[in-house]
Design a binder for this molecule. Sequence first.
Ligand SMILES: C[S@@+](CC[C@H](N)C(=O)[O-])C[C@H]1O[C@@H](n2cnc3c(N)ncnc32)[C@H](O)[C@@H]1O
Length: 305
Amino acid sequence: MSIPNTYESWIDALNQQRLNNFLGQDVYEDLEKVAKISESALFDALRSRSVDVVGAMLMNIPEQYTTLRKYLPTMASPQVQKHWTGDHGVPLLLQSCAFVRAVREGFHLHTNRPLDGLSVLDYGCGWGRLLRLMLAVTGPENLFGCDPWYKSLEVCDGDRIRANIALSDYLPTDLPFPGRKFSLIYAFSVFTHLSERAATAALSACRKHIADDGMMAITIRPPNYWDHDPTVVRLRKNEGLKREHALKGFAFFPHDREAVDGDITYGDTSISVDFINRRWGDWEVVGTERLLQDVMQTIVFLKPR
Ligand SMILES: C[S@@+](CC[C@H](N)C(=O)[O-])C[C@H]1O[C@@H](n2cnc3c(N)ncnc32)[C@H](O)[C@@H]1O
């Protein structure tokens, strides 16, 4: 065992210890035995575990559990996690688990049925962070993900994410899953970045693929986000963006990126619930949720009208 010699490696070692204590001796042993029976038995067994247990065990499957390692995805490097999500390791896992639990609970609350075993799409899935945890909720054959950035797909493929993943468009008119309807579509930290045109296109593409009794969950940022964005504050744009949000319910600060069909589709975005109700009328806001783990992401639950 190597001895941690930097602050970051001490923190990583402490966090690994925390995961080991949480999982105990038996989790990997038990699941390895089930995996040896069959792959589908393993995925059934994951659905009887909690989101946090599945998330914790997927962080680092020890080498001796060869069958688990054959069927389950590997963890993305800290660099990939930080690049897509701004954080990594256990602190990020806590946020991810909280979101998946909140969405599962929100689905049950707003549709009167459990999400377990239903079809789920992760819209803007990035490196597959949340798709991994969704294995505690539904089987890999019911899990779908899409992202318009080819690098997201490369990373998901490299880690062997257990879901059907496809490339989507930055300004979509449809989703890359012809004829398929989803019970749940969620998009974490995606609408917090889209231009109004890209967000409108995304919501109408998703609308075509939501089941009549399905639900969508997106995250949005509040207007005080602008006082916490270092670039926006340094450029003294925060007051203007807050004013724009107050007037319109939508404010967008584009990143320095290539335009897609004349529109810079990606940057930072704040949206109000009132704006969603006024502007995106084929969806109805049925509830919202906030999490202490991530105060700049408000979850909005939407049902198709
Ligand atoms: C901040 S990352 C979040 C990734 C993932 N949802 C998560 O929470 O781990 C934003 C993701 O949105 C994707 N994205 C960018 N433009 C998009 C668009 N127009 N429609 C859908 N996704 C987009 C990016 O490629 C990236 O994977």
